[in-house]
Design a protein around this ligand. Structure first.
Ligand code: ACO
Length: 402
């Protein structure tokens, strides 16, 4: 028979679906989520297995290429990405031109928008080699830009990459090496950050990814599309939630640490009071990423000797929520952001860097989704319909008659 979209077209019927709660806009073979069961698979592989055995760059290859790299392929891929981590010297000037108190998400999205200006040979969306180059360049330069933004915000001199200590190790070095001093990379931190990046690598058609796709559907280049995704991620209901969680935990601690009083205000729906880091459009069960981060936060913070009272407050809030009818009825569980901020903080990142770290992690997902869309013959320019509710036709009134 006739397909649903053809039927709607034929009958002139338009679906009204705010927030696209029930509208699939693509067929995708990248990420599978079962929100009721709390399942997350990248290209079929469970997130728990990837978290236990893989690395962020291997997962990036898997997402963007469809299969795990074979022996030899992985080394070549890692080598290629690490070879491109440096940035043109003018980039320091570009980032240095921002006021030191600029939000690093503004710096990151602007810098990614600027990249095609420096690499004009990598913008053709339909030439496979060019797309591969843009993929490598984006993955390679994201941590360098994020580290620059971090140092800029602290008023520190920006330092460039140094090969040989690994992608994540060098990211930490670029962020934290004191001016003119040596920096020893802590393997516990490298492992923790690598794992956090894996957990953020893709999450199918969320707000930022749908943004990347809709921008790319006009055949805008990969950088322009990803930069739009970074801006979508900056909102507090999406990537900004990890920042909001830490602010919430700090406020609870500073006002005496009474978690139950805060929860009362959440349940009373006091204006602006939500349990940040809880709830998800798709997960109506424990977010499998949150389970992994929670376990790691406990382990890593203890190992680093940085277990703090905010973790106890977070665990206390979770305990209350998991036993409270308000949260049970609405199926509200911790999402990935509930515990990530505590880890980023223990690593030494300022709260404002949390969302840029999410963006570095989400980079392979955005790229993979954009690549899939560009190859899909069913792709059309994104152009939703609307239900018009404004005034009927009326005539212009002169200013003096209004
Ligand atoms: N705290 C308290 N109540 C909540 C919360 C929360 N965090 N989240 C949802 N609710 C309530 C709503 O008030 C609503 O109650 P009602 O039925 O009485 O009206 C019900 O649960 C359903 O919530 P919606 O807002 O309709 O759910 P939606 O799917 O639109 O929103 C969202 C999902 C935006 C994630 C929401 O749960 C939220 O704001 N959470 C806090 C912010 C957050 O953590 N965002 C990160 C998302 S994950 C990510 O981007 C990586």
């Amino acid at each position: 028979g006739i397909g649903v979209s053809a039927l709607l077209k034929e009958t002139g019927v338009v679906t009204y679906d705010p927030g696209f709660m029930n509208t699939a806009s693509v067929e995708s073979a990248i990420t599978y989520i079962d929100g009721d069961e709390g399942v997350l698979l990248y290209r079929g592989y469970p997130i728990e297995e990837l978290a236990a055995h893989s690395s962020f760059l291997e997962v990036s290859y898997l997402l963007t290429h469809g299969e795990l790299p074979k022996h030899g392929q992985l080394e070549g891929w890692v080598e290629r990405v690490e070879r491109h981590t440096h940035l043109h010297d003018n980039f320091k000037a570009l980032i240095g031109a921002f006021p030191a108190n600029a939000h690093p998400m503004a710096v990151l999205s602007s810098a990614v928008s600027a990249l095609p200006g420096y690499y004009p040979e990598s913008v053709d969306p339909f030439d496979p080699q060019t797309v591969e180059l843009a993929t490598v360049l984006l993955l390679a330069k994201a941590p360098t830009i994020a580290a620059y933004a971090h140092r800029r915000a602290l008023g520190q001199q920006m330092i460039g990459p140094h090969r040989g200590i690994g992608y994540v190790g060098d990211f930490l070095r670029m962020a934290f090496q004191p001016n003119g001093a040596l920096y020893e990379v802590d393997p516990v931190m490298v492992k923790a950050l690598d794992l956090l990046l894996i957990l953020h690598a893709d999450h199918e058609q969320n707000c930022s990814t749908s943004t990347v796709r809709i921008v790319g559907s006009s055949h805008a280049n990969l950088y322009a599309s990803v930069s739009a995704g970074i801006n979508a991620l900056s909102g507090p209901l999406h990537g900004g939630a990890n920042e909001a969680v830490l602010r919430m935990l700090t406020e609870i601690r500073d006002s005496g640490g009474d978690a139950s009083d805060f929860m009362r205000r959440v349940k009373d729906k006091e204006a602006g009071v939500r349990l940040m880091g809880f709830g998800h459009r798709v997960y109506k069960n424990y977010d499998p990423r949150a389970a992994i981060v929670k376990k790691m936060a406990d382990e890593v913070l203890s190992k680093l000797g940085k277990r703090d009272d905010l973790l106890d407050i977070a665990m206390g809030l979770e305990d209350i929520a998991l036993n409270d009818d308000y949260f049970i009825e609405r199926k509200l569980y911790p999402n990935v952001d509930f515990y990530t901020g505590l880890l980023y903080k223990a690593m030494g990142f300022q709260t404002r860097m949390f969302t840029p770290l999410f963006a570095v992690g989400r980079m392979p997902g955005w790229i993979a989704q954009w690549r899939e869309m560009m190859k899909d013959p069913a792709t059309k320019i994104g152009r939703p319909r609307q239900v018009y509710v404004g005034p009927q036709r009326r005539s212009y009134t002169e200013l003096e008659d209004r």
